[in-house]
Ligand binder design. Structure first.
Ligand SMILES: [Zn+2]
Length: 265
């Protein structure tokens, strides 16, 4: 199995996005003037396993608009096709895409993809709600054209500490697990690498490993309790299995992946 970190440009977010206040200020501060943090990478991931190439998320495109709390720094030559070419991979070889959640910096790159695209049925239901449509219009974040993922049903029973999961590969070494919080139907993908480590492609479950250890609720989670419960589940999983935790926007994720591969060979 080989896992590649792909980068489709960067995003700069307000400090209040990374270190939210409490109560109503948690979300309100996002829309008020405030300092900005350093730019973060927008990662997505390619997994080569038994001759099959899969993607987890598809990154952002240059067409993305800024929102009051995030500025996109993506050029055409940083989009998915170029990010894959930089890893010596070809889009035409991709057979399947799993999306962690329906935010633009994870799904906009689907415009480049012809393979089948899967997203948690709970996330699809959330996207279809009228209130989600209103938010997309207010923030000027339309779904990418032709966006029609197939529903992924997490009916595979528990996996480690996660109560709900679904094998993605036939041999069960690539598994989607339920990680609600950042969005209601957010999933992560765990790969059991050749040395038995669990490599967790964590989407936006947290922005960093530090946030996970701090159990700090993010600024956009609709239900803070659900987000904290997921972070506790991830930590419980990490205590059961050696796990390399790779959030999409953690500046340390690519190095952590590279180190995990080096130390196991
Ligand atoms: Zn994101």
């Amino acid at each position: 199995m080989k896992i590649h970190a792909l980068a489709t440009g960067k995003v700069q977010v307000k400090r209040s996005f990374l270190y939210p206040g409490h109560g109503p200020r948690r979300q309100l501060n996002l829309f008020l003037p405030g300092p900005w943090a350093d730019s973060l990478p927008i990662h997505c991931w390619a997994i080569e396993h038994h001759g099959v190439l899969r993607l987890v998320d598809t990154g952002e495109t240059a067409a993305a608009r800024n929102v009051p709390f995030a500025r996109m720094e993506v050029t055409r030559d940083q989009e998915l096709p170029a990010a894959m070419a930089a890893a010596d991979l070809a889009l035409d070889d991709v057979s399947e895409v799993v999306l962690t959640h329906a935010h633009g910096d994870h799904i906009d790159g689907t415009v480049h993809v012809r393979a089948r695209v899967l997203m948690n049925e709970a996330e699809l239901r959330f996207v279809a709600k009228p209130s989600s449509g209103v938010m997309r219009r207010l923030l000027r974040q339309p779904l990418p054209s032709g966006f029609a993922p197939e529903p992924l049903v997490l009916d595979g029973g528990p996996f480690g500490a996660f109560p709900r999961s679904r094998p993605i590969s036939d041999d069960g070494r690539i598994v989607a697990v339920d990680t609600p919080g950042h969005t209601p139907g957010h999933v992560s993908v765990i790969c059991i690498d050749d040395s038995g480590n669990h490599v967790m492609l964590a989407g936006d479950t947290t922005d960093s490993l530090e946030q996970l250890h701090s159990l700090r609720v993010d600024a956009v989670a609709p239900k803070p309790d659900v987000h904290v419960a997921t972070m506790r589940t991830i930590l419980a999983h990490c205590a059961q299995h050696p796990t390399v935790y790779l959030p999409s926007h953690d500046p340390e994720s690519a190095a952590r992946l590279a180190e995990a591969v080096t130390s196991s060979t």
